[in-house]
Design a protein around this ligand. Structure first.
Ligand SMILES: NC(=O)c1ccc[n+]([C@@H]2O[C@H](COP(=O)([O-])OP(=O)(O)OC[C@H]3O[C@@H](n4cnc5c(N)ncnc54)[C@H](OP(=O)(O)O)[C@@H]3O)[C@@H](O)[C@H]2O)c1
Length: 304
């Protein structure tokens, strides 16, 4: 069973993708029960007729029992200016959810989508004490797609002409787009752009969400698809290489924070943290990003 805690804009699209592709049974849990029920009786009609699976909505956490995967896409309210705006409230929310998951489905693989992503992944792991490779924050793969999109627009080439795009670090203002490995039609990107252009593209990737919000209230489809891809890899035993957030214990020279780094995922969750070559400047920015996340973690006011 795939359980989704938080049946809002993103949770509902993740549920729709899982249901319409007939992946597994789905449980939607939401603070306001009627929303979970409403989404489930709408999404149920997208399940293929040949499927043996179903979808249900509830506010009862005991129904988590038997979950193979739990996605957390709940949010106490939506931030306006920065992803850490509701930091304390979100951390306290995720600690409560961690307790419930530990109680009802301690063997589940947990995918965290809620913001601030890196801080919540860290606190979920700390509270639940689940294996760190089974607690995965999904966001850097979305940032990577945004970066890829900007490069495609700037160089007027299809997405398929660009390879090795990656964004690492915080899902926030210190995220680090990695330019040094990118090839465009097999030519190194760094031979085509100067520092000023690197800064402009970096800024555009960081501010993508602000630009999007000029046109619609907030993003949902990109992150839902990135999360679906991980669920699909777990359920169907596929190997997936993406940047995602896990708690680090010295990998990349960083420990006691969770942040986006390249990982390999299969049916068991993360099975390898990859080390790729990046240049000195990018490495320094990545350390800076980890320090920013650590400062955010330290600033949290824990309740209870
Ligand atoms: N990782 C990424 O790259 C990425 C990208 C975009 C957004 N996000 C984040 O994803 C999260 C969800 O965004 P959204 O647009 O889907 O938000 P949303 O539409 O406001 O949905 C959030 C849902 O969470 C529910 N909720 C709140 N507390 C809960 C709890 N303790 N238990 C169960 N459900 C609870 C709310 O219930 P009610 O019906 O009672 O309000 C609401 O339905 C946000 O934190 C957002 O910042 C992440």
């Amino acid at each position: 069973m795939i359980s989704i805690v938080g049946a809002g804009k993103i949770g509902a699209v993740i549920a729709f993708l899982c249901a319409s592709n007939g992946l597994d049974d789905i449980l939607l849990i939401n603070r306001t029960k009627t929303k979970a029920i409403g989404e489930s009786i709408d999404i149920v009609n997208s399940i293929p007729d040949t499927s043996q699976f179903s979808i249900h909505g509830t506010d009862d956490y005991s129904k988590l029992s038997g979950s193979k995967i739990v996605v957390i896409s709940s949010s106490v309210s939506i931030y306006l200016k920065t992803r850490v705006e509701n930091l304390d409230l979100q951390v306290n929310m995720i600690r409560d959810i961690a307790k419930k998951i530990k109680q009802y489905c301690p063997s589940a693989i947990v995918l965290i989508v809620s913001n601030p992503l890196d801080v919540l992944t860290y606190f979920f792991h700390k509270e639940s004490q689940l294996n760190r490779f089974k607690v995965i924050g999904i966001a850097s793969s979305l940032d990577t797609s945004r970066f890829h999109h900007f490069l495609s627009e700037k160089f007027n080439v299809p997405l398929s002409s660009i390879s090795n795009t990656m964004v690492l670090g915080e899902h926030g203002d210190t995220m680090v787009p990695i330019f040094s490995n990118i090839l465009i039609n097999n030519t190194p990107l760094l031979s085509k752009i100067n520092e000023h252009e690197i800064d402009l593209i970096t800024k555009s990737v960081k501010n993508y969400w602000k630009e999007l919000r000029k046109y619609k209230s907030r993003s949902q489809f990109g992150i839902a698809k990135k999360t679906y891809d991980v669920i699909d890899a777990i359920i169907n035993s596929k190997e997936l290489e993406i940047p995602a957030a896990v708690v680090l214990k010295g990998e990349w020279g960083i420990k006691d924070v969770s942040m986006g780094i390249p990982v390999k995922i299969n049916s068991e969750g993360v099975f390898e943290i990859q080390k790729i070559n990046i240049n000195e400047k990018e490495l320094a920015l990545l350390k800076k990003s980890s320090n920013q996340i650590r400062n955010n973690i330290k600033s949290v006011q824990i309740q209870g």
